[in-house]
Ligand binder design. Structure first.
Ligand SMILES: [Zn+2]
Length: 123
């Protein structure tokens, strides 16, 4: 479960980390524009090609997270907290943790919990 939680945390923080990396590269490019214009052009190309790399890494992280989750789900535990899962029968497509409420597809993907009913709590 610890491995899964680490991978999930990395997966959730990765897009923001890439965004800040690009903001830093942008600021560096602005500075380089006046000091060393070729550096700006190089940074633009690194940034464009780096987007492909960043997307590939994001896909790879998602695949690794699902594989780890599938292994933990096969053992009958919640990947997030280790709690007991409901829907343990073979035909269940979605399994819900009774402890933390996380929902997982049989593929290992984490499902968002259902949204509360509209108008609930408004009186
Ligand atoms: Zn759980």
């Amino acid at each position: 479960m610890r491995v899964y939680r680490v991978i999930r945390a990395v997966n959730r923080g990765y897009p923001l980390a890439v965004l800040w990396l690009y903001v830093a590269a942008f600021l560096l490019a602005v500075v380089l524009m006046f000091m060393h214009p070729l550096g700006t052009i190089v940074l633009v190309w690194i940034g464009l090609l780096g987007l492909v790399f960043a997307l590939l890494v994001a896909k790879l992280l998602a695949v690794v997270q699902r594989i780890v989750a599938r292994n933990i789900l096969a053992a009958g535990a919640c990947p997030g907290c280790g709690g007991h899962l409901s829907g343990a029968d073979a035909e269940a497509k979605v399994r819900r943790c009774e402890a933390c409420g996380s929902m997982f597809l049989v593929t290992g993907a984490e499902e968002a919990p259902p949204a509360p009913a509209a108008g609930a709590g408004n009186g």
